[in-house]
Design a protein around this ligand. Structure first.
Ligand code: 13P
Length: 342
């Protein structure tokens, strides 16, 4: 009974033509985003910013769900009724979700590597988040690439934590977004990223199966197979698309309903172009290929809004446009002309 609902929600999160908005920046991350536009990161400014995004008219054509941060899940919109954000979203048919990890921390004994914390007390927090309206959750694991890293220990520690988190979510009737991110930072080649992504995916799915996680009731949120940001040789859009999908065909079980990529520091336009190329080059894939972008959906609206109420509509227009472009990329229908027209 519970698992049929999980499957339904997971499928709705990766519904055709739609993707997920990651608006779950932690207090530290949103501060650095606001620093970029010279805006103090106060509770009210964060509320005004999220209100601007979430009340964008028509965004529900392109956005299936929004990942929120603890503070935002408990905040209200700036309308007269002070509608709680989760209700505002679900009234539009957009599924509210919640980031539940407690961030990345140094992995003891393994310099340069990270492990994600947040399992303590998670069962109770999930119950509370469910009551507040969250239907899905997110946990981000980070794999750093460098000389001699990642180690198997780091990959295993993160896979194990992802599996424990996912099992706890499903026990609470909440769909887990499982996010093993191989960082773009560094000068590694696309071949190295390909290899590490394969190992991380295999270990993650082994751990999920060991923990009896129902694969039909998760959404995978991975990084793409891509050249390191400092690598002198940058792979083409087509190579990224081909290597990414081929890697996933080898390593992601077909029971998983959808793969919703993170943008990971790619520019907004490139992130859209990559997703578009994957959907244009491959058809009849076992899973939906979608997006769950943070920066690649928000960089443009954040800049256009700039914290000034006079720019409220410009911010919404920029958000609508990026959401629409990524929706087009779900079926390989995006083209660079859509950027020029904007
Ligand atoms: P980016 O798309 O900015 O990488 O953010 C997605 C996300 O949710 C990272 O956890």
């Amino acid at each position: 009974m519970m698992s049929s609902n999980l499957k339904e929600v997971a499928r709705a999160m990766v519904a055709p033509d739609k993707g997920i908005l990651a608006a779950d920046e932690s207090s530290g991350t949103i501060k650095s985003r606001f620093d970029g536009i010279g805006l103090p990161s106060t509770k009210e400014n964060r509320r005004a910013y999220r209100h601007m995004l979430f009340t964008t008219e028509g965004m529900e054509q392109f956005i299936s769900g929004v990942i929120l941060y603890d503070e935002t899940l408990r905040q209200n919109a700036l309308d007269e009724a002070e509608t709680p954000f989760p209700k505002l979203l679900s009234d539009k048919g957009v599924i509210p979700g919640i980031k539940v990890d407690a961030g990345i921390h140094d992995l003891a004994g393994f310099p340069g590597e990270k492990v994600t914390e947040g399992l303590d007390g998670l069962r109770e927090r999930l119950q509370r988040y469910g009551q507040l309206g969250a239907a899905f959750a997110k946990w981000r694991a980070v794999i750093t690439v460098g000389r001699g890293i990642p180690t198997d220990v780091c990959i295993d520690a993160n896979a194990h934590a992802l599996a424990r988190y996912a099992a706890l979510c499903q026990e609470s009737g909440i769909v887990p977004i499982v996010e093993p991110e191989v960082l773009m930072d560094g000068d590694h080649t696309i071949y190295r990223c390909d290899e590490i992504t394969g190992v991380a995916l295999r270990r993650t799915f082994e751990a999920l199966v060991e923990h009896e996680v129902v694969l039909e009731g998760i959404v995978l949120k991975p990084s793409m197979v891509i050249s390191g940001s400092e690598c002198p040789e940058q792979a083409s859009v087509e190579e990224v698309a081909r290597r990414t999908v081929n890697n996933f065909l080898r390593n992601v079980p077909r029971e998983v309903p959808g793969i919703a990529f993170l943008s990971g520091g790619q520019s907004s336009e490139i992130a859209t172009a990559h997703l578009n190329a994957m959907n244009a080059l491959f058809n009849e894939l076992p899973w939906e290929l979608s997006f769950s972008y943070g920066r690649a959906l928000q960089a443009a609206p954040l800049r256009a809004w700039g914290g000034d109420p006079a720019n409220f509509e410009s911010g919404q227009k920029a958000f609508y446009h990026r959401a629409m472009c990524n929706s087009a990329a779900r079926t390989g229908q995006y083209s660079a002309d859509m950027e020029i027209a904007a």
